[in-house]
Design a protein around this ligand. Structure first.
Ligand code: GDP
Ligand code: MN
Length: 375
């Protein structure tokens, strides 16, 4: 789960990580008023759940109420990487003396949290990682041992010029690490981590991704969830207990079991097709679930073919076939559909479907080939 910069900064503030005063508004007039309250030059920043806002024209400075109102209006009219800007953050414009980078990610392969620090922040860190990887200092933090302060000290020595800056950076790293662990993050990033007047380091940008699987432990985090992170069909699917991820293709897929669903997508690709979604109806695949799944899939205009791939393990295939038939009675399917059914009582199950004129397959490769040919 992602949150907006202003939400991440509120959390930073709770952990005493230095951030600036901020106001969040959703119209230009309110932005002007906020600018006046803050006083002096302000920065106005698009709040969208993607990075690269600066380059997209989503970050602007303003030195009067009128200018703030006008620039906020411009930003609120933007769509950045397909996301319409609905809110802007207004904060005092900092005079940036240097931009650093500070980030932590969960590294599943080394089973550690990797801290990354660079004296060249502000820029796209992914680009820097390719062009000058040596400029990003890394420190793996084993969660059992905690931060190795000697190793951290050596990195800070290379990145920050003065003892004063190093002290502040070390303090921020400790707090960020505590936040990372306590809130079950998968990524936290401060870019730029900026040196402003009076040798102060502040988080001028903030990005946090949370581990969805740990959200049940953190209702206070879950309530920060932004509906625009999920497509309308993803929200609908969640409501019906279906695990659904929308994709770009045209073949709607309904599968029971997440592993089988992944394998199905791979095989669709292998046969030259393009899946419209990942959808796991779960083990039981009741008629209601199949019906809800079909409704969600057919709500996507791009879908011009459907593949149902069901493995009957504990559930019997004839029950599943009856479930599919019940669902079909309640919905009009106007695109080609192929059903692959295998497992306990599959012969009976397939016979029930064939009798009613459905395209049925026993082998997954046959089913995929058939559907790909028809879309
Ligand atoms: P991103 O492009 O989505 O990562 O958005 P950022 O919050 O990182 O802003 C992009 C750039 O805008 C930063 O790298 C800064 O150079 C600039 N910026 C952001 N906040 C301020 C500010 O308070 N004052 C000034 N002068 N520049 C800022
Ligand atoms: Mn940034």
């Amino acid at each position: 789960m992602k949150v907006h910069e202003y939400q991440a900064k509120e959390l930073f503030a709770e952990y005493s990580i230095p951030v600036q005063q901020q106001e969040v508004v959703s119209d230009a007039t309110a932005a002007g008023a906020a600018a006046e309250r803050i006083g002096g030059e302000v920065v106005i920043k698009a709040q969208v759940l993607v990075g690269g806002r600066g380059k997209a024209g989503g970050v602007k400075l303003a030195s009067s109420r009128n200018e703030a109102e006008r620039k906020a209006g411009d930003i609120l009219a933007l769509t950045i990487k397909d996301l319409p800007v609905e809110k802007v953050l207004v904060a005092p414009a900092a005079e940036i003396l240097q931009e650093y980078y500070l980030g932590m990610i969960l590294d599943r392969s080394s089973k550690t949290i990797v801290l990354m620090i660079s004296a060249e922040g502000g820029v796209d860190i992914e680009e820097l990682a390719v062009s000058s990887p040596e400029k990003i200092h890394r420190l793996a933090i084993n969660p059992v041992d905690g931060i190795d302060h000697t190793a951290l000290g050596e990195i800070l020595e290379q990145v920050f010029e003065t003892e004063e800056l190093r002290k502040q950076a070390e303090d921020t790293v400790e707090k960020l690490y505590r936040l990372f662990l306590e809130k079950d993050c998968s990524l936290v990033e401060i870019n730029p981590y900026a040196k402003i007047e009076n040798e102060q380091l502040v988080a001028l940008d903030a990005k946090i991704n949370f581990d969805d699987n740990a959200l049940f432990k953190h209702p206070e985090v879950e309530q920060l969830k932004n509906p625009e992170e999920y497509s309308a069909d993803e929200i609908e699917a969640r409501k019906h207990g279906l695990s659904f991820v929308s994709l770009d293709g045209n073949i709607g897929c309904i599968v029971n079991g997440a592993g089988l669903a992944m394998a199905t997508l791979d095989i669709v690709k292998l046969y030259g097709g393009d899946p419209a979604n990942f959808l796991d109806v779960g083990g039981s695949s009741s008629p209601e679930k199949v019906l809800n799944a079909l409704r969600i899939i057919l709500g996507n205009d791009k879908v011009n073919g459907i593949l149902i791939n069901i493995f009957g393990g504990i559930t019997r295939c004839d029950d599943i076939a009856n479930g599919i038939l019940m669902a079909m009675d309640q919905i009009m399917i106007e695109v080609p559909m192929v059903i692959r059914l295998i497992g306990t009582n599959d012969v009976e199950g397939r016979a029930l479907l064939t009798e009613r004129g459905f395209q049925v397959a026993e082998r997954l490769s046959d089913a995929v080939e058939q559907v790909v040919k028809q879309v």
